[in-house]
Design a protein around this ligand. Sequence first.
Ligand SMILES: NC(=O)c1ccc[n+]([C@@H]2O[C@H](COP(=O)([O-])OP(=O)(O)OC[C@H]3O[C@@H](n4cnc5c(N)ncnc54)[C@H](OP(=O)(O)O)[C@@H]3O)[C@@H](O)[C@H]2O)c1
Length: 338
Amino acid sequence: MKVLVTGGTGFTGKALVRRLLDEGHDVVALDYKEGLKTDEIRTWGAKVVIGSVTDRDIVEQAMEGVEVVHHLAAAFRELNVDNSFYDEVNVGGTRNVVDAAWMHKVRKFVYCSTCGVHGNIDHPPAGEDAPIQPADYYQRTKYEAEPIVAEYHAKGLETVILRPAAIYGPGDPERFQMIFRRVAKGSFPMFGNGKTFYHPLYIDNLVDAFMACMAPGVGSGGVYLIADEHYYPISAIVEKVAAALNVPSKIQYYPVWPLVVAGHICEKICKPFRVTPPIFPRRVDWYRQNRAFKIDSAKRDLGYAPKVDLDEGLRRTAEWYLKEGYISLDPSLSQKNS
Ligand SMILES: NC(=O)c1ccc[n+]([C@@H]2O[C@H](COP(=O)([O-])OP(=O)(O)OC[C@H]3O[C@@H](n4cnc5c(N)ncnc54)[C@H](OP(=O)(O)O)[C@@H]3O)[C@@H](O)[C@H]2O)c1
């Protein structure tokens, strides 16, 4: 099949492109910028179209002869941009891509939303019918694109909406890397009581879900939370990261509220200068917002079955961070546990 992956050089996109190529599909990746990652996926055999999902001509070019679209491109990690940037890419860009898919008679359109549309989970674990209460502008725009996709489903396009939990694994450029880095230093600063629930999603498990969505009829018109089998208190995640690195897990507890205030102040001060703040509200939310989900609908309709558990996923991730030099271990720490 010819498959288009928007955001195909991102953390998730790259893993999906790799799997699609391994399974014999023709892959077109649409991505914003040229770089090492675009070169890498070209060497794997993917065609790369450079440009924005907001540019109709570029999207048309990428859509030529495509049967299945996985729409992952999103403004996500950008700080210091106006909210209108998130509107343009996440809402306008999605309309652009889904409309082009409809015009080109694409067979299946899969939209990658986020579990973040549910914000803090008041009654964990949450299903897809839990209240929609996005906690920030990114999450809000990810949700605003969902009814647009549903609109095209109503016209006759086969669509599936996935709401992934917190994705991690080899290649993760951000969130888990910070946890690993702090744990590797020998002591993890925990703001709050560490009991907040966190639901990880190993990258290969998510790729399994995308692949399952490609079959005709599967999940059509549905919205699915995708996560690993289990969720954990964040203190347990830290302990498991320490185990994956074979270092002692030492957690130091601090009150969370000063950090919340500092996050808001830092963001406000840094924004006019377009400087990335050292702490900002979305990062602080990690300590505060419950994320725990039910994956029964995905199991039932998509045949989703997360194969890689947290211990194995963290072991593979630790191996990758160490190999790539993202973290280094103090030998005196690793000896203590051995
Ligand atoms: N990571 C998570 O925990 C998580 C959880 C739930 C849902 N999601 C969703 O999963 C998807 C993938 O996330 P990720 O973590 O893999 O993010 P990522 O690494 O930031 O990947 C996003 C990709 O989209 C590209 N992109 C951004 N704006 C674009 C535009 N206007 N036109 C074309 N390409 C554009 C980026 O290109 P550049 O790098 O060149 O800017 C990047 O390659 C996103 O839709 C995100 O909302 C992520």
